[in-house]
Design a protein around this ligand. Structure first.
Ligand code: NJP
Length: 259
């Protein structure tokens, strides 16, 4: 059955591809990001049931307006996807207050605002699905120059789990899910704070945004607590990391730069 879906970070990358996959199967969409021009193009390519609303997810008021716009347009929301996010290229010892605040605002507070905006509606209906797009780096901090991004996504993982546990008993038909992609071939790497414009993720374990979007579509159809979008490689790394963090870091260090 077609669903009404609110999707942030829909102007580019994983969000734009996900919007098209959802529209192709008949879902009705409210697409959000800051860039109205890009959103308009994505919405146009999605067809008649795709609307857009310019939103800066770091502003609570904007996120509340996005919720209001979605409810005005469709009268209900089935799925809310907090997908907007941004990385950073700076190791821990070089982080400024501004760096850290930006990472928390765009990756954590944005999703908190989204959850707090839509949960009263889900509770009223007794059903709904909140999906937070995090990162594998929030579970295993593989890449130290993403430091504050990894920390922010770890915080997002924790908030997501806490919310799910709070709702479990009273609202069994409200699902709260976490998505952990690895590297994905979008413009993400070029958009990171202090990053190099135009760079793209590369390497053998890099997924396409189409693959990640398909995993999220499947999650909507089969809600679960969390998914790794590339489980074959990611699950093995999680097992090794939590079995022996020091040994894992030693092995990583041998692959990395020498001082
Ligand atoms: O990133 P990118 P992805 N308010 O840079 C929007 C996670 N992830 O699609 O506002 C509202 O191509 C921005 O729109 P605009 C990642 O952390 C990725 O790859 O118009 N929207 C655009 O639509 C993130 O959570 C990788 O500039 C804001 C979108 O967000 C999600 O996947 C690996 C905004 C970013 O598009 C999508 O990332 C991983 C704001 N303040 C996790 N700031 C990866 N690609 O390698 C940004 O593990 N946006």
């Amino acid at each position: 059955m077609s669903k009404v879906i609110v999707l942030t970070g829909a102007s580019a990358g994983i969000g734009a591809v996900l919007a098209k996959q959802l529209a192709a199967r008949g879902d009705a969409l409210m697409l959000a990001a800051r860039s109205a021009d890009k959103l308009r193009l994505v919405a146009r390519s999605c067809g008649r049931e795709a609307y857009f609303f310019s939103t800066d997810v770091t502003r609570r008021q904007d996120v509340n307006r996005l919720r209001d716009e979605a409810l005005r347009t469709f009268e209900h929301v089935d799925v809310w996807i907090n997908n907007a996010g941004r990385g950073i290229s700076r190791p821990v010892l070089d982080l400024t207050d501004e760096d850290f605040d930006e990472m928390m605002a765009v990756n954590v507070k944005s999703a908190l605002y989204g959850a707090q905006a839509i949960l009263p509606h889900f509770k009223e209906r007794g059903e709904g699905h909140l999906i937070n797009v995090s990162s594998f780096l929030g579970r295993v901090p593989l890449v130290t120059f993403r430091s504050a991004y990894n920390a922010a996504k770890s915080a997002l993982n924790a908030l997501t789990a806490n919310l799910r546990m709070d709702l479990r008993a009273g609202y069994p038909n409200i699902h709260v899910s976490l998505v952990m992609p690895g590297a994905v071939s979008t413009e993400f790497a070029g958009n990171v704070l202090h990053g190099v414009p135009g760079t793209r993720a590369a390497g053998s374990n890099v997924q396409t945004p189409e693959e990640v979007a398909a995993a999220i579509v499947d999650l909507i159809d089969h809600p679960s607590a969390e998914i790794y979008t590339n489980p074959d490689t990611q699950l093995e790394q999680v097992k090794r990391y939590y079995a022996d963090v020091a040994a894992f870091e030693d092995a990583l260090g041998q692959l990395g730069d020498k001082p």
